[in-house]
Design a protein around this ligand. Structure first.
Ligand code: UDP
Ligand code: MG
Length: 322
C-alpha cells in the first residue's frame, strides 16, 4: 500500500466535545498555510457526550475530516490502531484531542521525518503543565522504559508524535500499548527514532481520562511487552533454561545430601542424621519441582506460539523486481 496524501493527523478522543471545533479549525489553518494535502482522522472512542454529533457536523465544513465511532469505550490504543489502519498520509501525526498539544508543532515534526529521515519522532513535553502527582511518576516510568527498551526518549507517552507511513502500517497497537509505540516500532525494525521538544498547555476543557492506576498498569505492560518481545517466539529459551537450572541445582543439592549420609553411614561407619532432618533437602526437592514446572510451562508456551497466526509475520523493507 502506498501513501496518497502528504499528511494524516490521527486524533483519538473520548468525551472531548468542547475542544473539537477549535482543534480542527486550528489544524486546518496550519495545513492550509503549508498547502498540504491532508486528512484528519478522528476516532470517537465511545464518547458519552456530543463528540460524535459534533464530528459529523464538522465534516460538512471540513471535508478532509474522517470520523470513526466506536460502539463503546475501547481505549486509546484501539482508537489509534483504527487511525493507523485507515490513514493514507506519507507522514502520520498523532495528537490528543484536548488542545494540550498544539497543531503549530506539526510542520517541524513533518520536516524531521521527510527531510532528516527519521522513522518516528516523539514529542517531548519538557515543561509540563500537569499536577505533580502526574509528573513525578511519569519521570520514573520514562526512566524504566528507557532502561528496558534501550530507546533514549525523555517522554514515551507524549500524545504528539510523527511517523513515517510504513511504521504505522507495520505495528499493531493493542491493550494499553499506546504508551510504548516507540518500543513497538523499534521491534518492527524502525530504529531511527528521535524526539523533539514540544509546547504543552494545561487542559482547557474537560478532564484527564487516565487516573493514577495508569502507572501500575503501565509498569505491568512494560514487563509483558519486554518479555513478549524477547521470548514470545521462543518461550522455551526462557522457561526451559530457567527450568533446567533449577532442576539441576535442586538435584545436585539433594544428591549431595544423600551422598553425605551414605558416606557417614558406610565409610565412617557412624550413625548419620536422617536426610529429612536437613532443611536443605526440602529446598532441593522444591527447586526440582519448580524446575519441572517451568520446563512444562515452556513446552506449553511453545505449543501456543506454534499455533499463533502471526508466528511468521515479517515486514519486508524492500524487494527486487521479479
Ligand atoms: N482518550 C481516548 N480513549 C480513552 C481515554 C482517552 O481516546 O479511553 C483520548 C483523550 O480523549 C485524549 C487522549 O486520549 O484525546 C489523551 O487523554 P488525556 O488527555 O485524558 O490524557 P493525559 O493528557 O491526562 O495523559
Ligand atoms: Mg491530555
Amino acid at each position: 500500500m502506498e501513501p496518497t496524501l502528504d499528511i494524516s493527523i490521527v486524533i483519538p478522543l473520548y468525551n472531548e466535545e468542547e475542544s473539537l471545533p477549535e482543534l480542527i479549525a486550528w489544524i486546518d489553518r496550519v495545513m492550509k498555510s503549508k498547502g498540504w494535502n491532508y486528512e484528519v482522522i478522528m476516532i470517537d472512542d465511545g464518547s458519552k457526550d456530543a463528540s460524535w454529533k459534533i464530528i459529523t457536523e464538522l465534516k460538512t465544513k471540513f471535508p478532509s475530516l474522517r470520523g470513526f465511532s466506536f460502539r463503546r469505550n475501547y481505549g486509546k490504543s484501539a482508537a489509534l490502531n483504527v487511525g493507523f489502519e485507515a490513514c493514507r498520509g506519507q507522514v502520520v501525526i498523532t495528537m490528543d484531542a484536548d488542545l494540550q498539544d498544539s497543531p503549530e508543532e506539526i510542520p517541524a515534526l513533518y520536516a524531521k521525518i521527510m527531510d532528516e529521515g527519521f522513522d518516528l519522532i516523539s514529542g517531548w513535553k519538557k515543561k509540563r503543565y500537569d499536577p505533580l502527582s502526574k509528573t513525578i511518576p511519569t519521570k520514573v516510568f520514562n526512566w524504566a522504559t528507557r532502561k528496558l527498551s534501550g530507546i533514549h526518549l525523555h517522554d514515551f507517552n507524549c500524545g504528539l508524535k510523527a511517523y513515517r507511513f510504513d511504521v504505522v502500517k507495520s505495528i499493531e497497537v493493542y491493550g494499553e500499548m499506546h504508551r510504548y509505540i516507540p518500543v513497538l516500532a523499534k521491534w518492527a525494525g524502525y530504529t531511527n527514532i528521535g524526539e523533539q521538544v514540544v509546547q504543552h498547555q494545561a487542559r482547557k476543557y474537560g478532564s484527564s481520562k487516565f487516573g493514577l492506576e495508569r502507572f501500575i498498569n503501565g509498569f505491568l505492560d512494560l514487563l509483558s511487552i519486554t518479555f513478549v518481545s524477547r521470548f514470545s517466539k521462543k518461550p522455551m529459551h526462557f522457561f526451559g533454561l530457567l527450568g533446567l537450572i533449577m532442576f539441576k541445582a535442586g538435584g545436585f543439592l539433594a544428591l549431595w545430601i544423600i551422598a553425605q549420609k551414605l558416606y557417614i553411614t558406610y565409610y565412617l561407619d557412624e550413625r548419620a542424621a536422617l536426610v529429612t532432618q536437613n532443611p536443605l533437602f526440602y529446598l532441593g526437592l522444591l527447586s526440582m519441582i519448580l524446575g519441572t514446572q517451568f520446563f512444562l510451562a515452556g513446552f506449553v508456551a511453545e505449543l501456543v506460539s506454534r499455533n499463533a497466526p502471526d508466528r511468521n509475520k515479517y515486514h519486508l523493507k524492500a524487494q527486487t523486481d521479479v
